[in-house]
Design a protein around this ligand. Structure first.
Ligand SMILES: [Zn+2]
Ligand SMILES: [Zn+2]
Length: 178
């Protein structure tokens, strides 16, 4: 299993950063909507609430993949195996990072599992970060800095919801079975 992608969210910059081109990566679906479990290992009730909310919101808008929320237990260092996303807290992932999602894939096309690290500095923006990093775990890249989507990487706005384009992109990528 190789490390495929790592996204970060910039905490504060003078000017917006460029959007990262989205990739086509997605979870492997073999029939019914693929079930992906999101393990909350933050040990923080407010993070749990934000993650629970974000899972429900993504689920309400996408088809072909379905997230479920679990309080754990799960392994922050090794991840939790196929079809899982583990969310943990770690300080100082980088000077300008408040959230980081690592997506693993063995074929470069299909996500096998993911790990999300939240920095304590992201606490004021839990709803935004939960939506944003779960979007990465669903295979999405960044949106433009001024777009009204939680996948924006701009430093000025912190939208807390996906938009229709985010939902449609995830659904389109999970419309086929293998
Ligand atoms: Zn990001
Ligand atoms: Zn596929």
């Amino acid at each position: 299993m190789k490390l495929l992608l790592a996204w970060s969210l910039v905490l504060a910059l003078v000017s917006p950063v460029a959007a990262v081109p989205p990739t086509m990566i997605h979870w492997r679906r073999t029939g019914p909507p693929v079930a992906v479990t999101v393990y909350d290992r933050t040990a923080d009730a407010l993070w749990g609430t934000a993650l629970h909310r974000a899972v429900a919101e993504w689920n309400a808008g996408i088809e072909g993949v379905e997230l479920s929320f679990s309080p754990g237990p799960a392994d922050c260092e090794k991840g939790q195996g196929p079809y899982t996303v583990v969310v943990c807290i770690r300080e100082n992932t980088a000077p300008d990072r408040v959230g980081e999602t690592t997506v693993y894939s063995s074929d470069g096309e299909h996500i096998s599992q993911a790990t999300i690290w939240m920095d304590p500095r992201s606490d004021p923006n839990r709803n935004h970060l939960a939506c944003h990093e779960l979007g990465h775990a669903l295979g999405l890249g960044h949106r433009g800095a001024n777009e009204n989507s939680c996948m924006t990487n701009g430093p000025y706005k912190r939208p807390e919801h996906p938009d229709r384009r985010d939902f449609d992109t995830v659904t389109l990528r999970h419309a086929h079975v293998h």
